[in-house]
Design a binder for this molecule. Structure first.
Ligand code: 5RP
Length: 236
């Protein structure tokens, strides 16, 4: 197993160790969240964790959790989530995030916003000083509006690229049936809070991947003296 996968496994396990019996859980998406779902399923199967129910954030998570026998509820049938655990594409020192690498950020943000506690699980490659210098900011848009939104985003300084599918001609289509514009700002993102609202105010935009003031804890997997360890970061 390569080092990055070992780091992902370690943070996934560390997050699952924080789950208590009876909790309503938000189950994130992506490769790290998938490892967390697998680790949770093992603990349920062995009887270490009891009476939990999961709310998934994507088709991927729903299929995986159901196959592994994790009891699930829909988002609309719960009034509160006790703990949500999810991955991220970039995390800065104030715990602001870029998410949406798997185009699941609409449901992920809904679940994170409903959660009493939101834990982000990442490997050390995801920690950045400034958002969007390396990873593009995903914006989910209504298919009929993508060109208009792309043009309006340019007025905000963002250059958008329609995310193209692999093994399918044309763009990727989200779980909600929409398209993704991946945005680059020349000098990265200066004021995530302001930008998040500005983008979401554009007609035709469903949601963008900036997760601002939602994260309570970041668990990061890193390598120290050739050993994989997990650190709980301190917010600056
Ligand atoms: C999906 C996400 C993922 O959490 C994010 O892309 C991180 O994925 P991975 O753990 O595979 O690196 O936001 O929309």
């Amino acid at each position: 197993m390569d080092l990055q996968t070992q780091m992902k496994h370690a943070v996934a396990q560390a997050a699952v160790d924080k789950i208590q019996n009876g909790m309503v859980l938000g189950l994130g998406s992506g490769s790290t969240a998938a490892l967390m779902i697998e680790a949770l399923a093992q603990k349920i199967k062995s009887g270490v964790i009891k009476d939990v129910v999961g709310v998934t954030t994507s088709f991927q998570g729903e299929v995986l959790a159901a196959e592994l026998g994790i009891p699930l509820k829909s988002l609309s049938s719960v009034s509160q989530i006790d703990l949500a655990i999810d991955g991220a594409d970039e995390v800065d020192s104030s715990f602001q995030l870029i998410k949406g690498g798997g185009a699941c950020h609409v449901q992920e943000k809904l679940v994170a916003a409903l959660a009493k506690k939101f834990i982000v699980v990442v490997d050390s490659t995801k920690i950045v000083e400034r958002l969007n210098l390396d990873f593009k900011l995903p914006v989910e848009v209504l298919p009929s509006a993508w060109k208009q939104v792309k043009k309006t985003l340019e007025d905000l300084g963002g250059v958008g690229q329609l995310r193209m599918a692999q093994k399918k001609a044309g763009p990727i289509v989200t779980d909600q049936g929409n398209l993704i514009l991946d945005l680059t700002f020349q000098n990265g993102i200066d004021q995530p809070e302001q930008l998040e609202s500005q983008i979401n105010n554009i007609p035709g935009v469903l949601e963008n991947g900036l997760f601002v003031n939602l994260t309570d804890e970041v668990l990061v997997g890193k390598v120290e003296n050739e050993v994989v360890v997990v650190e709980s970061l301190s917010k600056i």
